[in-house]
Ligand binder design. Structure first.
Ligand code: BMA
Length: 360
């Protein structure tokens, strides 16, 4: 009996020792950190924040957000579109070398990075917004474009694998492939692929990055867009499975300058998201949002926050302040009518910028 007890104790100690020495992957570390941060507040995110803004592009050390409130946003988004073609710049002109540098810098200042991907249409070579009925069939194993797609995904893997600090440590990122698949505008959307085919494409992407390229720095986001009338069943219909996803998100915009409709949708969708996140044990985030051209000077404190503050979201990513297109403006900059309101909002205790994350 005593020897049995000793054996049991030794096994327990060995197991504990083994746990203690198995380091968490960079992705697992980021998930844990985001879970802790989600309890403390909502992180402010901005697409392409340090590479261009309303009236400037490619300057170093600039940011519309930092110029206004004195801190970079907690989350930065970047897009990999055209990396599949081995291009040196993405579809909006951002050099990938610069992007890599900014991603590492954001990580080093304690911030978080999320990546989206608007790849060209693999069949026609046209933009991501070109539909091709039967796309799922072309991309399935044995399909005429399967190998090409694997090669494209591998280029994403090479870039994500190259995100390292000077000492070689991988920089973790939240990757959000095949976003807005519930809409019909992208070639991976409902006009070109079935929900099952999309799930297969998501799993293929996951497999190439984690098993084939052995990346340990990817946190996986699932991010349909708002498609009314919405329901949990609709939201989940493209879901590749719990073993492929770490974060559940949604993209919602106010394109029509209709604050009442936006807040109604935001409330419905965030409550749906909070429910599925709880049920599946995942992080949740508002993976893209914004009021196009920001016509309401008090949008951040009066329209967005009264709803968003009621839900446990990890971050909100405002889309880009395009340098080449007046319509794409989603976050304040110095001199804009929303600047005082945005500044006030970022001072709220539960609204987190990069400077608030440093020691958390
Ligand atoms: C879209 C638009 C496009 C842009 C693309 C990738 O939502 O903003 O203008 O090229 O994202 O950033």
């Amino acid at each position: 009996m005593i020897s049995r007890l000793i054996l049991l104790a030794l096994t327990a100690l060995a197991t504990l020792g083994c746990w203690a020495t198995t380091p968490l992957t960079p992705a697992r570390q980021l998930i844990g950190r985001m879970q802790r941060l989600q309890k403390q507040g909502v992180m402010v995110g901005h697409q392409d924040d340090p590479v261009y803004g309303r009236s400037w592009h490619w300057d170093e050390g600039r940011s519309d957000v930092r110029d206004l409130v004195g801190s970079y946003p907690a989350v930065m988004g970047f897009d990999l579109g055209m990396i599949e073609l081995d291009s040196t710049r993405n579809l909006d002109g951002v050099p990938f070398e610069r992007m890599r540098r900014e991603i590492v810098a954001q990580h080093e200042r304690g911030g978080i990075v999320t990546l989206s991907w608007h790849p060209r249409n693999p069949v026609t070579g046209e933009s991501a917004w070109t539909k091709t009925p039967g796309m799922g069939h072309h991309l399935a194993p044995g399909g005429a474009y399967h190998e090409k797609m694997c090669g494209w995904i591998d280029r994403v893997a090479a870039f994500v694998g190259s995100l390292r600090r000077a000492d070689g440590t991988p920089v973790p990122v939240v990757f959000r492939p095949w976003h807005e698949m519930s809409g019909d505008w992208f070639w991976w959307g409902t006009a070109s692929m079935t929900a099952t085919e999309l799930q297969d494409l998501y799993r293929l992407t996951h497999d190439r990055l984690t098993r084939h390229a052995r990346l340990t720095n990817v946190v996986w986001a699932y991010s349909p867009n708002l498609t009314l009338p919405d329901s949990e069943q609709h939201y989940m219909s493209f879901y590749p499975g719990d073993e492929y996803v770490d974060l559940m998100g949604i993209d919602i915009y106010d394109f029509d300058h209709d604050d009442a409709a936006y807040t109604r949708h935001l409330r419905d969708e965030l409550s749906l998201l909070a429910g599925v996140g709880r049920k599946h044990g995942k992080l949740v985030a508002l993976t893209e949002t914004g009021a196009q051209t920001l016509p309401n000077a008090r949008w951040f404190t009066q329209v967005f926050w009264p709803v968003a503050r009621q839900f446990p979201i990890s971050y909100v990513l405002f889309w880009r302040n395009a340098w080449d297109n007046d319509k794409e403006l989603y976050i304040s900059y110095p001199g804009h009518a929303t600047a005082p309101d945005f500044t006030r909002w970022t001072r709220y205790r539960r609204v987190l910028l990069a400077r608030d994350l440093r020691r958390r």
